[in-house]
Each structure stands twice: as structure tokens, then as C-alpha cells.
Design a protein around this ligand. Structure first.
Ligand SMILES: C[S@@+](CC[C@H](N)C(=O)[O-])C[C@H]1O[C@@H](n2cnc3c(N)ncnc32)[C@H](O)[C@@H]1O
Length: 258
């Protein structure tokens, strides 16, 4: 029997999320966020990690002495995050919720959303709702940082046909199928997982998602229209704003007007 997962971030898939993202350097990403925050808002000590997932950035930022609040829609991802923070002896406020509804009486001076979550905002309206929600929880002059995979890479290369992940307690076979919806600038991905946890039963999980094809100038314009200014573009976590060479990972920052 194949279990349908309504997202890539629930149940078994949350449990194995970190292992399947081992190719990412969360320490480097967090140091980059720290550098941007301190460049624009020196002295900031309290930050909001939007769509924090399993808490890797939140943990790294806490280790750099930030006071971090993380918010995520997936209870399963948050359970992993809380367990890791507890094991590391770190105090991090992980909140279950939708970023679009999040309200706070004390606004933040720095908010970041890393891990390409913007790609799940599949229309301009959804991206603008998201940016407006962030604007409401930022102090005037506060910084917002968001990353995504550039549209060319999403369209051309951003999927694996077949991959095997081998862990001590499981082997996961993943087969991905991708189709492009050029009109709506979407890439539709279908994921078929076979999860063998060496207990005599193999689980099969099917998940699918749409990723929006975004480009940096487009994201910058959307941010400007939602009350952000001093928009800057970075590539591949380098502190150089010259990104003519079309990096795979694009980071855009903006300051709340005010
Ligand atoms: C690609 S993962 C990124 C997780 C983490 N930031 C990282 O870099 O590994 C996207 C995360 O966004 C969360 N998410 C998606 N939409 C959300 C929303 N509207 N509000 C809160 N979390 C959301 C998902 O549950 C998932 O954990």
C-alpha cells in the first residue's frame, strides 16, 4: 500500500528530512544570515526563523547567541526541531502555525526564511500575502532575508531522477518525476519513496509539490510593492552583490520602510 503524504514535511518524510538534506551547509547559511543582519541592523539579538522546519538554522543562530523564535506549519518537522534543541541544551521557542496568520506584540528587527520555501508561494498573490505578513511583524528599518533557487535551475536541473539514501537504520529509494507548466511558471514534482527500515516491511510514500519559477528582479519588485526598500541580491551565500553569473541559490534582502 502506498501512503499519500500531503506535503514533503510530514510523517516519515519529516523524520528523514535532515538526512536527505545532508548536502546543505546550514552553518554557512546561518553565518551568511548573521552577516546580513549585522550589516543592516547591527546589534540585533532577537530573530524570527520563518518556516523553520527541523530547526537547523535556528540551532546554529542560537549557538551564535541570537534569541530565536521559529515557526512552522508542520508539527512533525517541529517535533524533530524540539528534540534536537533539547539534546543540544538550547532554549528555542518553536511555534506551530501558519506564517501568514502569525501575530506578535513585540515586533522583530530581523526575520529570515531560508531553505527555498518561497518556491511554495506558487503565485505572485501568495508571495505578496507572505511578504505583507512579514512586514506586519517587522520593526520599521528591520531586515527580511529570503532565499530561493533561481528560475533557470528550477526549470532545467532541479530534480533527481533516482537516488538512494543509505542510513544505519534505513534505506530510502526515491524516484522523482518532473513536468513543467510554462504558462503558470511552475515545476510539478512527483516523489515516489520506498522506505526500508529493516523490519521486514517496506513503506511506500507518494508526495507531490509545485515549485514556482522565480527570478531575483521579480522577487525584488514584489518585496518593493509590499513595503520593503534597499533591496539587495546575493548568490550562493557570498557577500558580494554582483550575481551576474546566475548562481543556483539566490538570496534577496530588504528593509521595512519606515
Ligand atoms: C523547504 S522546508 C525548509 C525548512 C527549513 N527552513 C530548512 O531550511 O531546512 C519548508 C518548510 O516550510 C514550512 N511551511 C510551508 N508553508 C508554511 C506556512 N505557510 N507557514 C509556516 N510554515 C510553512 C513547511 O512545513 C516546511 O517545514
Amino acid at each position: 500500500m502506498t501512503v499519500y503524504s500531503d506535503s514533503m514535511f510530514t510523517n516519515e518524510l519529516a523524520k528523514y528530512y535532515d538526512a536527505m538534506r545532508a548536502y546543505r551547509d546550514y552553518g554557512k547559511e546561518a553565518r551568511f544570515a548573521d552577516a546580513l543582519i549585522q550589516k543592516h541592523c547591527p546589534g540585533t539579538g532577537r530573530v524570527l526563523d520563518l518556516c523553520c522546519g527541523t530547526g537547523e538554522h535556528a540551532i546554529k543562530m542560537t549557538e551564535m547567541d541570537y534569541q530565536v523564535t521559529g515557526i512552522d506549519l508542520s508539527k512533525d518537522m517541529l517535533a524533530v526541531a524540539r528534540e534536537k534543541a533539547e539534546k543540544s541544551g538550547l532554549s528555542i521557542d518553536f511555534i506551530h502555525g501558519d506564517v501568514n496568520d502569525f501575530e506578535t506584540s513585540t515586533k522583530f528587527r530581523a526575520v529570515y526564511c531560508l531553505g527555498y520555501t518561497l518556491l511554495y508561494m506558487t503565485t505572485h498573490q501568495k508571495a505578496m500575502d507572505f511578504f505583507n505578513a512579514i512586514n506586519r511583524i517587522l520593526e520599521p528599518g528591520g531586515i527580511f532575508i529570503v532565499d530561493f533557487i533561481n528560475g533557470w535551475s528550477i526549470a532545467d536541473t532541479w530534480h533527481k531522477d533516482k537516488v538512494t539514501y543509505s542510513f544505519d537504520d534505513a534505506t530510502i529509494f526515491l524516484s522523482e518525476q518532473a513536468t513543467l507548466d510554462r504558462k503558470n511558471r511552475l515545476k510539478h514534482l512527483e516523489f515516489h519513496y520506498l522506505i526500508d527500515e529493516f523490519n521486514g516491511k517496506v513503506k511506500t510514500v507518494f508526495a507531490e509539490e509545485d515549485l514556482r519559477i522565480y527570478f531575483e528582479d521579480e522577487v525584488g519588485l514584489l518585496l518593493s510593492s509590499c513595503g520593503f526598500e534597499k533591496i539587495e541580491y546575493y548568490g550562493d551565500h557570498k557577500l558580494n552583490t554582483d550575481i551576474k553569473d546566475l548562481p543556483e541559490i539566490v538570496i534577496v534582502s530588504g528593509l521595512k520602510k519606515g
